[in-house]
Each structure stands twice: as structure tokens, then as C-alpha cells.
Design a protein around this ligand. Structure first.
Ligand code: SF4
Length: 406
């Protein structure tokens, strides 16, 4: 029998499983039975972090508690626009509701354990999560915008060969609260309460966002919500290695900007750089991206890391131009950012220029991305975090680096 919508919404998320899920249901059913408080014997009650809710989920939650759905708008404004975490300070809520919320819910961002400043103004934070895992986010200020590069998973399962995150392995998906918590916390760190200095968000930190689809999408809803961060679709960018099923679902739930980590123009090389390509080949991925961006509605950003002697020849530039000629796109060339024990080197500036000129002449809008934050290991592909690796990939890399003697 199909589960009712409210059950699917709340009980399939990690945040609502186990004791908390049981507690939630006892609470809901008790309320529906007209009783005010649930009776939970011998069970530790874990409070809900309201940062896990987008507006729709929060409205449903309030409704299930016998409250008006518009309470969601009030709560979102307090949390995400005013930066208020104390229910007693939410003066447009009744005292009874505030007391009720205090009993069942909480609001908290992330704990900073390291804060590094780059000479170019970039800043990197290491955040500790409730389970002890650590993730990173990077702030990149520019003349007309301030971008936050955020993580969607603890580590990454995809193992791209040029990526430092991949070497760390993978632990788990981030919850919606942990994703939006990066933006919430950095806004507070940079601007204090009642301030939202971040103008752009990119999902280019640790993890593959389309493999954490529901939590990522809920976080993007908050980013775009007028009662939360009110960022336009152009100011929120999801970057993917090409998870085709996720790409196919994307247009149904969001209109944010899309970036594709391509890095090669042929399947043989791309499968070495991005192993996911063995599952979803280039033509299939590009078609799914084209379907999402639509005919001329917006442009796909294509990312291409420049690896010396690997994917940076003139011949490969021509193949890339051929591949992208019918894709409404702009191309970002990213000089490779080295990390310990990598087998790759960055392409020379002259090689990158020659590569870019070929693309330009073929009519592809091509930009060489300026490397930011490399003195604090905050540049593209360098984020690492600190967590227990469930894939044992870190061990294998260490063994390889020491000739199998570790
Ligand atoms: S490049 Fe992105 S998708 Fe690939 S391993 Fe690194 S974080 Fe994961």
C-alpha cells in the first residue's frame, strides 16, 4: 500500500528516521487524537532542526500540528533572513506556539573548527557536523558578487582522478539543514544577524549534488525563496559530473543554473578522468543537459580542467568545439590545482591560451577561470574535509603512494 504523502515527506529523510520518526508519528497521531503532548517512554527525544524544511515541507509540518500553513513564512523569515535561532525572540508567534516549538524543534547552523584566509581574499571554513564528520565551504569575493562554494556530501563516491575530494573517499549525504546551514552560517560569520552578504551559491564543493537529490533540491528551494534568501535562478548553480537520471528529473523541480564537469571530449579519456562516464557516456549526458537548459532559454556552463599533456592538445580543443557546437553553453577552462601525490600537472598558460583560442574561433564562448584560494587549498578540486571513509579509498591511495607498504 502506498504511504501517505505526509509519511513520505517526513519519514524517508535520514533526519526523521529511527527514534525521531517514531516520535514524530506518535506526536502527529496524538495531536490528531486531540491530545496535546505525546507520551514517549524510555526514548530520548531528538528535536527537529527546522533548517531541514523548505517552505512547502514546513507548511505541511505546521498544518499537521494544527497550525496555519502561513507560519512557515514567518519561521523562514526569522531563521534565514533575520538569523534568529531563539523562539522567544519570534515576537509575531503566540507564546503558546513558541513554547510548543521549543519543546519539539531547534534551529542551528554549523560549528566552525577552522577558518583560513587566502591572500586573494578567499576564505575557507572547515565545519564540524553533529556526528563529527567535517566538510568545507569556500567564500570567493569578487567586485560585483560574493560566491559561496558549498558541499552536498561528506566526501564523494565518484572518484574523479584529478580531484582531491575523491581521494578522501565518501561517508554520507548531507541533510538539507547541513547544506543550507553552510549558507546560513557563512552569512552570519560575514555579516552578523539580519544580513545576507552572499549573492551567489555554487554546488562545486565536496560531493555530487545529484546523488543527494532531495536534500539538495530542498536547499535550493530555500535559496530561491523570497522568505529566505531570494536568490535568482542565475545565482544558484548546481555542478554535476553527469548523473543522467538526476538531470532528467531536474527540470520538474527547479530552474537553477546548471554546470557540467566535462573535462574530455571523447569517452575513452573521460572515463579515465570521470569514471561515472562508464555508466553515462558523453552524448547521453550532453543530451540530458540540453533538455534541461532548453532551446536558447539559458546556457549550460561546461567545466574543463586543464591537465598538462592529458586533455589540452589542439586536437582535443577542436574535438571539444565540435562536441559543443549544438549545445547552448559557455566553457570554463580551469587550470588544474595540484594536491599531494597527484599524477597530474597544470597546463602551461601558453597551452591554455592556444586551447582557448581554438574554441573562441569555433564560436564557443570560453573563459579561463582565475584560480582563487590555492594558498589555502581552497581552489577548485582541492576540498578535503575530515571524515571516516566508508569506501576505504583513502587507504588504497595511501598504499599506492607508499608502494603498497602502508
Ligand atoms: S570532481 Fe566532483 S564529482 Fe568528481 S570526485 Fe570530485 S567532488 Fe566528486
Amino acid at each position: 500500500m502506498a504511504k501517505p504523502q505526509i509519511f513520505r515527506e517526513f519519514n524517508e529523510e535520514s533526519e526523521f528516521k529511527g527514534a525521531e520518526g517514531v516520535w514524530y508519528w506518535s506526536r502527529l497521531l496524538t495531536r490528531r487524537a486531540g491530545l496535546f503532548r505525546p507520551v514517549v517512554m524510555g526514548m530520548e527525544i531528538k528535536k527537529l532542526n527546522l533548517m531541514n524544511f523548505d517552505r512547502a515541507a514546513m507548511a505541511a509540518w505546521f498544518q499537521a500540528r494544527g497550525e496555519k500553513p502561513f507560519r512557515a513564512q514567518q519561521l523562514l523569515k526569522w531563521i534565514h533572513q533575520q538569523g534568529v535561532v531563539d523562539f522567544d525572540a519570534m515576537t509575531n508567534l503566540s507564546k503558546a506556539l513558541r513554547e510548543d516549538l521549543k519543546a519539539v524543534a531547534e534551529i542551528h547552523g554549523l560549528t566552525v573548527v577552522a577558518d583560513q584566509n587566502s591572500s586573494d581574499g578567499s576564505r575557507k571554513w572547515l565545519f564540524e557536523l553533529a556526528d563529527g564528520n567535517r566538510i568545507e565551504s569556500v567564500y570567493i569575493p569578487e567586485a560585483e558578487r560574493a560566491t559561496l562554494c558549498i558541499s552536498s556530501q561528506v566526501g564523494c563516491a565518484l572518484n574523479c582522478s584529478f580531484c582531491s575530494t575523491a581521494r578522501q573517499g565518501f561517508n554520507r549525504n548531507l541533510s538539507t539543514a547541513e547544506i543550507i546551514g553552510q549558507l546560513w552560517t557563512v552569512n552570519r560569520l560575514l555579516g552578523g544577524t539580519d544580513s545576507r552578504p552572499i549573492s551567489n551559491v555554487v554546488f562545486m564543493g565536496m560531493g555530487e549534488p545529484l546523488l543527494n537529490f532531495d536534500n539538495v533540491i530542498r536547499a535550493t528551494h530555500l535559496m530561491q525563496d523570497d522568505f529566505a534568501y531570494a536568490l535568482s535562478k542565475r545565482r544558484v548553480t548546481l555542478s554535476t559530473a553527469g548523473v543522467v537520471p538526476g538531470l532528467q528529473q531536474l527540470a520538474d523541480v527547479t530552474d537553477i543554473s546548471l554546470a557540467l564537469s566535462l573535462h574530455a571530449a571523447d569517452d575513452e579519456l573521460r572515463s579515465k578522468l570521470v569514471p561515472l562516464n562508464r555508466k553515462y557516456a558523453i552524448h547521453e549526458v550532453l543530451q540530458a543537459c540540453k533538455n534541461y537548459v532548453g532551446e536558447g532559454r539559458r546556457r549550460l556552463t561546461v567545466e574543463y580542467v586543464m591537465l598538462d599533456g592529458v586533455n589540452d592538445s589542439d586536437k582535443q580543443a577542436r574535438a571539444l568545439a565540435q562536441l559543443l557546437r549544438h549545445v547552448p553553453s559557455k566553457l570554463n577552462l580551469i587550470p588544474f590545482n595540484p594536491f599531494p601525490a597527484t599524477m597530474y600537472r597544470r597546463s602551461s598558460p601558453e597551452r591554455i591560451e592556444s586551447f582557448r583560442d581554438i574554441l573562441h574561433r569555433s564560436g564557443i564562448v570560453t573563459i579561463t577561470r582565475k584560480t582563487r584560494g590555492d594558498d589555502i587549498d581552497a581552489a577548485c578540486g582541492q576540498l578535503a574535509g575530515d571524515f571516516k571513509d566508508r569506501t576505504r579509498r583513502r587507504e588504497r591511495f595511501a598504499a599506492e603512494a607508499t608502494g603498497g607498504l602502508s
